[in-house]
Design a protein around this ligand. Structure first.
Ligand SMILES: O=C[C@H](O)COP(=O)(O)O
Length: 250
């Protein structure tokens, strides 16, 4: 039985004090951590401060890391640095990294391997563009991203991996994939991972959905057999909407 996981990806939003206020409001709402794993992905600069308000079961995710240990890489942040700030997880391969910052599957894979080697959990994001869906190659695109993202990982490493399916056309647009669209892709991903790593690893793998998740659609999405949680952008920036999402089980 896979425990649901919901992570708020703040992207480039919220100052440190705004983030602290949001986290405290969410914690005060008394989310049942036996029913749902949850956490936050603030900016790098807020990680250390936000960590002070979390317990060991919370997810504290960085939104990126660089794949090298250290050195002359001005502006980059290493796995050790985010770990030293309290992060236990990192989001990699987000569509904004792929498309705005031109990160290739090869670079994303180097980051995935670095994160896992350093002991971080990884939320590997995959997802097709609208034109890829319209051309009917969405499954091929997504499975290629999964294969290239996971390259070089062994079965033990896979215990640290969560996959987030985020169709790019649904991110920040208000357009959500239907429950059936999400379920179809999640099933494809699970069966592909099963071919790569075997049935047990595939059955334990949490596959999140991301793309305009909000209080109004979380229940329906979570009712899909292979949807194990959500990576939430816009609706995670306000305590009221994020708490409603986290309480989907009520
Ligand atoms: O990481 C989160 C996704 O990009 C979804 O963002 P959104 O909920 O604002 O559509």
């Amino acid at each position: 039985m896979r425990k649901p996981l919901i992570v708020g990806n703040w992207k480039m939003n919220l100052t440190i004090s705004e983030g602290v206020n949001l986290v405290n409001s969410v914690i005060d709402a008394g989310i049942d951590q036996l029913k749902v794993d949850y956490g936050f992905a603030p900016s790098f600069v807020a990680l250390g401060e936000i960590k002070k308000y979390l317990n060991d079961s919370h997810i504290l995710a960085a939104q990126n890391i660089y794949f090298e240990d250290s050195g002359a890489f001005t502006g980059e942040v290493s796995a050790d640095m985010v770990i030293s700030a309290g992060a236990n997880c990192v989001i990699l391969g987000h569509s904004e990294r792929r498309h705005i910052f031109k990160e290739s599957d090869e670079i994303i894979n180097k980051k995935v391997r670095q994160a896992v080697d350093k002991g971080l959990n990884v939320i590997l994001c995959v997802g097709e563009l609208l034109e890829e869906r319209e051309a009917g190659c969405e499954v091929e695109t997504v499975l290629r991203q999964v294969a290239l993202g996971l390259k070089g990982l062994n079965s033990d490493d896979m215990k640290k991996v969560v996959i987030a399916y985020e169709p790019v056309w649904a991110i920040g647009t208000g357009k959500t994939a239907s429950k059936d669209d999400a379920e179809t892709m999640h099933r494809e991903i699970r069966s592909f991972v099963s071919k790569l790593y075997g049935e047990n690893i595939a059955n334990d793998l949490r596959i999140l959905y991301g793309g305009s998740v909000k209080p109004e659609n979380i229940k329906e999405l979570m009712s899909a057999e292979n949807v194990d949680g959500a990576l939430v952008g816009g609706a995670s920036l306000k305590a009221e909407s994020f708490v409603k999402i986290l309480k989907f089980y009520e």
